[in-house]
Design a protein around this ligand. Structure first.
Ligand code: 9MR
Length: 385
């Protein structure tokens, strides 16, 4: 498979992607049956999506859109707040916990019998710390380490306790620097040390929720250019095992597609062999896998909609087949379900100014070939328990 391959009708049929919706039809809001949640569940996999309770009408406000919520109800078995559990939303200052936005998503999930996932207890990257935290003075010497630990443990304990229904948490997010595989520095690691900070986070989460799956989540991808990132993540996961940190799974974000000057007009150059070797090492250490933030960045694909959709579907099907072949892959989360709410609309916008087609549903809430590729991957997947 090449990342730039275009799906012909014949190829679509061969992939099991046949049907009006695949080839451009599909009626607005008519629920697809069986749902993705149901298709996934038949194989022992959870399917769901991120949703944002940001300001109404904003990119991050998908939750405010009733038609969007209907897509979630129709398709999802699990929801994850896109930004609402991050420190910069939840913690306006050192004393306050602002649970309102996340609570609204949690209530909706509960009303509709949909599970909730947590993202994230510690995005260990200074860029995503609230300003007050970046400037926080923990004092000097051993007191600094104790103060930093106390704040981190207090945060994790309270947030985890507030959502006892969450059975899977991204405890630490994106702390490996993709440039060289090193672990990032923050005010916490300046006070406690890097390994200690991350271990404290996992131990605190385990103490607060002994039966909950604890995940390290990152975006090392299968495309060329991710080599150092993958190596850094492996090193981190090895360290967790050596030190006995309670980490159950690797969250493989799976933002497919990347701008690659060596392969213009494509979704990047997947390195299937190196990727399998990476996943083999991860699973060899006993980690489970989750696809936590699936979408496809069509930044660089030619403008034609049908060809773009077909390329995305073909690459996604190949990727999901590979990942679901590992029985350790127990969940697939889309990072949003409708194109117009995707974070990718503003991140690396297309040079031709066209809207991206990064998610499973178009802006008229019609399922796209990408949705049918996900469905086909679930149908083809081996069962797991
Ligand atoms: O989709 C999220 C976007 O709305 C936020 O502005 C951004 C910064 O908080 O985070 C995006 O979600 C990221 C996720 O939390 C971690 N992995 C990468 C995601 C896309 O940037």
């Amino acid at each position: 498979m090449t990342s730039s391959s275009i799906l012909s009708r014949r190829q679509a049929l061969a992939l099991g992607l046949a049907g009006a919706a695949v080839l451009g039809g599909g009626s607005a809001q008519a629920a697809q049956t069986p749902s993705l949640a149901k298709l996934a569940k038949a194989k022992g996999v959870q399917f769901g999506s991120a949703v944002g309770a940001g300001p109404t009408g904003s990119l991050t406000g998908s939750f405010e859109d009733a038609r969007y919520r209907q897509v979630l109800i129709n398709e999802c078995g699990v929801l994850v707040p896109e930004n609402e559990l991050k420190w910069y939303v939840l913690r306006p200052d050192a004393e306050t916990f602002a649970f309102e936005r996340a609570d609204r998503i949690a209530a909706f999930a509960q009303q509709n019998d949909i599970a909730l996932r947590g993202h994230t207890l510690l995005w260990h990257h200074p860029q995503w710390f609230p300003a007050w935290l970046k400037a926080h003075d923990f004092g000097k010497g051993p007191a600094a380490a104790a103060n930093a630990e106390a704040m981190l443990v207090d945060h994790i304990t309270k947030v985890v306790a507030h959502y006892p229904q969450i059975r899977s948490w991204d405890v630490v997010n994106e702390t490996v620097d993709p440039k060289d595989g090193s672990v990032r520095h923050t005010v916490f690691s300046d006070a406690m040390g890097q390994a200690q900070t991350l271990d404290v986070a996992f131990h605190a989460a385990r103490a607060a929720a002994p039966k909950t799956q604890l995940v390290y989540n990152d975006y090392m991808g299968w495309e060329a250019g991710n080599e150092a990132h993958r190596a850094g993540v492996l090193k981190l996961l090895e360290g967790f095992r050596k030190r006995g940190a309670p980490v159950d799974a690797l969250g493989v974000q799976s933002h497919l597609g990347t701008e690659d000057p060596a392969a213009p007009g494509s979704l990047g150059r997947p390195q299937e062999k190196a990727w399998r070797a990476f996943i083999d090492e991860v699973t060899g250490m006993g980690y489970d896998l989750l696809i936590t933030e699936f979408d496809v960045n069509d930044h660089d694909l030619p403008p034609g909609v049908a060809a773009r959709d077909a390329s995305e579907a073909a690459v996604a099907k190949g990727y999901l087949d590979l990942m679901l072949d590992y029985r350790q892959t127990k969940a697939v989360l889309a990072w949003g379900m409708v194109d117009k709410y995707s974070w990718l609309q503003t991140f690396t916008p297309r040079k031709d100014g066209l809207a991206k087609r990064a998610t499973l549903y178009d802006d008229a809430y019609r399922p796209k070939p990408l949705r049918q590729a996900v469905a086909a991957a679930f149908r083809a997947a081996p069962e797991r328990t």
